[in-house]
Write a protein that binds this ligand. Structure first.
Ligand code: ADP
Ligand code: MG
Length: 408
């Protein structure tokens, strides 16, 4: 790739939106992230209207650009923008696609079926911003692009943030849906939307069932609800709530504890990783939930609950990754769709899995459980060829790279 120039990316996640500017110097090694802004998505936007949501995004972009100063170097030049959109989309081209459904608590029903890139472009035009939405891309695909840019052995990208999803590089002839479609490389990226994976073999507890039933998208995103940042805190809360109802170890009942999503996943990791002898973080966080003066023994039990819930999440995450590796023959078995006989099994190739998202980046016990289970599933030998690489902001930076590569 010999792309050159300045590119912008806007990423709408589940909790945050990010805006960044990337400078590419025309050589593979030269990639400079010049400015990154990360803001929480104001919660009222999640159930507003498409106009309100996209006006807000356009306004934020405008402010971001104003910061560039006199803009002398870029005056009169149309800015090329990548829109990283972390929700299920049916694409009609690299720069267009309609929203299939909302996830992660978003509920703007009139948006479903609308072209996401067009909505953003219209909002940008309305503000008089000379920006062009050149690419609409899923966050996992953005992360895969950055992973591949740094290391061509990258064939899988996974996000563990507010939600969870994965994509991987598949042989075009193995994709039934794309029959007859040819690509020059012979391969294609598949956005799995694995958050919606479900199997009767996946054991669900009563906590999972209740969480799902009370969510805004019940019967959907079953896998995501067991392993992503939006939900882990609420699973832990439900377990503690049940314990407090069925025993008196937590003292008088707290109405806060009955409040959905009152316990966030970052509090779960703070409690889990509390290394003070008296578990002061646990005391503090329980107090915020209206539960005070619980004995150390009970606080230790709360840490155990965090551990069990996060261990399950990490192990499910590993199982998902191992499943992809198996599908593409990188699990040491030669591939389940390759049709090769055992004697033709190829040598295991070095395989890089790019991973990003706030849960993975900030919750070290989640990471450890995932890594541990991946080795357990793949075996020591095959694991040596599988490299899991953290990719901070990979989905946004990578999507800017996609814009650049389109223009070269
Ligand atoms: P988005 O999902 O909006 O793209 P991120 O990838 O940054 O944003 O993920 C944010 C989510 O990551 C938070 O909502 C939270 O669930 C989780 N998270 C962030 N920090 C921590 C932490 N310290 N411990 C556990 N989970 C965290
Ligand atoms: Mg994200």
């Amino acid at each position: 790739m010999t792309e050159k120039g300045t590119y912008y990316a806007l990423h709408l996640g589940g909790t945050y939106f990010r805006i960044l500017r990337v400078l590419l110097g025309g050589e593979r090694s030269y990639l400079d992230v010049q400015d990154v802004e990360r803001h929480p998505i104001p919660s009222h936007l999640m159930n507003s209207t498409s106009e309100v949501l996209f006006n807000f995004l356009a306004f934020s972009l405008e402010r971001f650009i104003e910061k560039e100063g006199d803009g002398s170097s870029s005056q009169g030049v149309k800015r090329e923008l990548a829109f990283t959109f972390s929700f299920p989309v049916k694409h009609s081209s690299i720069s267009s696609g309609v929203l299939i459904k909302w996830t992660k608590g978003f509920e703007i029903s009139e948006m479903v079926g609308k072209d996401i890139a067009e909505c953003l472009q219209v909002a940008l035009n309305r503000r008089g911003l000379d920006m062009h939405v050149a690419v609409l891309v899923n966050d996992t695909v953005g992360a895969l692009s950055l992973g591949y840019y740094h290391d061509p052995d990258t064939v899988v990208a996974v996000v563990f943030g507010t939600g969870s999803n994965a994509c991987y590089l598949e042989r075009t002839d193995a994709i039934i849906k794309s029959q007859g479609l040819l690509t020059t490389s012979g391969s294609m990226v598949v956005n799995m939307e694995w958050g919606n994976f479900w199997s009767s073999h996946l054991p669900r507890t009563s906590y999972d069932i209740d969480l799902d039933a009370e969510s805004s998208n019940s019967n959907e995103m079953g896998f995501e609800k067991m392993l992503s940042g939006m939900y882990l805190g609420d699973i832990v809360r439900r377990v503690i709530l049940r314990m407090s109802q069925e025993s008196d170890i937590f003292g008088p009942s707290s109405s806060l504890l009955s409040e959905p999503y009152a316990l966030r996943t970052n509090s779960v990791s703070a409690m889990h990783e509390d290394d003070t002898p008296e578990l002061q973080e646990v005391t503090r966080i329980l107090k915020d939930l209206g539960v005070s003066e619980v004995p150390l023994k009970v606080r230790k039990l709360v840490v155990k609950v965090c551990d069990v819930v996060t261990r399950r999440a990490g192990r499910l995450a590993a199982a998902g990754i191992a499943g992809i590796l198996k599908k593409i023959g990188r699990d040491g078995s030669g591939g389940i769709t390759s049709g090769r006989s055992r004697s033709e099994i190829q040598m295991q190739k070095r395989t890089v899995v790019a991973v990003e998202g706030g849960l993975y980046m900030n919750y070290s016990m989640f990471r450890e459980y995932m890594d541990e289970a991946l080795v357990e599933i793949l075996g020591e030998e095959v694991s040596q060829y599988v490299v899991v690489k953290a990719m901070e902001d990979g989905s946004s930076i990578g999507s800017a790279l996609l814009v650049a590569s389109l223009q070269s």
